[in-house]
Ligand binder design. Structure first.
Ligand code: SF4
Length: 338
């Protein structure tokens, strides 16, 4: 997509859930790059496929769902070809995932130090002394802003913010290069959430890790992310730098999303916008562009044919007929800033 240092390439990725009502493409032919060391925010309404996409990057898609097509390329290799051993290694040493409720991932009867030591031992090539393990986990936990005396605590004795930082630590302890944070701040109060956002940025700066931050909270990613990817009904509809997407949102869905967030004021006299309609039922998605039944700019072609993801300005991609050549004469002229 451009010549930055690409960490993971996702190409034409589709995840299908096999339901009683038929196949549902929760992620539908999605293509994008994740750059090394960036914080990429992935936003969209609940049910748009963003969490499924995050899990797909870890190959954590299980029956009745499957990755039905596409590639996830890391270091020149498609991780879809990995066997279970390489996959385990990838999940521990390259990528790790943190969820909204860390209690579902932490063992309630295991202390913090036991979690961290176990994480090292599972992926270690050689056996390490207990002294060395304690030294490593103490240094890490203190860098994450948690006092080392908390290492002997059980998960329920920690605050929500601390539990999330322990989850981040479980990834960092094996030098994971990618942290996928799925609604990681959602259950926290606003002050703790703001602190965790600051810490995620610090962690990225200190450790050089790449962070994919999945959230429904577009105001939050404005604070956190370098780039923003917007999903709608299983499709990637826009991707660009935070500045590009906030300053000149191109896709009508992104425009509506931004205008409907109370904390993002496009102008003082603008009223809060309510987007028409509801997200589609993905067992029977609309033909053509999946947003066309709700789109104020829909044209004839929109219900007939799905547009491609097009680079409308350097690094700014949009999936919409408004920016592409087609025979429909209703096309409005929209100037795209470089
Ligand atoms: Fe709207 Fe058409 Fe663009 Fe879809 S392709 S967002 S319906 S203008």
């Amino acid at each position: 997509m451009n010549d930055k240092d690409v960490f993971i390439q996702v190409r034409d990725l589709t995840v299908t859930y096999h339901t009683r009502l038929g196949p549902v493409r929760a992620v539908n032919h999605v293509t994008f790059d994740v750059y090394r060391g960036e914080i990429l925010g992935l936003v969209g309404e609940s049910g748009c496929g963003k969490s499924t996409l995050g899990k797909a990057l870890m190959r954590m898609i299980f029956k009745p769902a499957e990755i039905s097509s596409g590639q996830i390329v890391f270091n020149g290799e498609d991780i879809m070809t990995y066997d279970q051993k390489r996959l385990r290694d990838f999940r521990g040493r390259v990528a790790s995932m943190i969820f909204q409720d860390p209690m579902t991932s932490l063992n309630p009867v295991q202390r913090v130090d036991e979690h961290l030591m176990e994480a090292i031992e599972v992926h270690a090539q050689t056996k390490q002394s207990k002294g060395s393990l304690i030294e490593q986990i103490t240094a890490l936990i203190e860098r994450l802003g948690i006092q080392s005396r908390r290492l002997s605590d059980y998960p329920h004795q920690l605050s929500g913010g601390m539990r999330q930082r322990v989850m981040v630590g479980l990834g960092l302890i094996n030098n994971a290069n990618l942290i996928i944070a799925d609604e990681a701040t959602t259950s926290l109060d606003v002050i703790v959430e703001a602190k965790l956002v600051d810490q995620l940025r610090e962690i990225r700066d200190q450790y050089g890790v790449t962070i994919l931050a999945i959230t429904h909270n577009i105001a939050l990613v404005a604070e956190l992310a370098d780039r923003l990817a917007v999903m709608y009904a299983g499709q990637m509809v826009e991707i660009g730098s935070v500045y590009q997407v906030f300053d000149q949102p191109l896709h009508p869905y992104t425009q509506g999303l931004l205008r409907s967030v109370p904390s993002i004021k496009l102008s003082d006299d603008e009223e809060l916008y309510k987007m028409a309609g509801e997200p589609p039922n993905l067992t029977h998605p609309p033909s053509g562009c999946r947003f066309h039944p709700r789109c104020p700019h829909a044209m004839t072609i929109c219900s007939q044919k799905d547009p491609d993801l097009l680079e409308a300005a350097p690094g700014h991609f949009v999936h919409c007929w408004l920016y592409q050549d087609h025979p429909d004469k209703e096309t409005p002229t929209i100037e795209v800033k470089e």
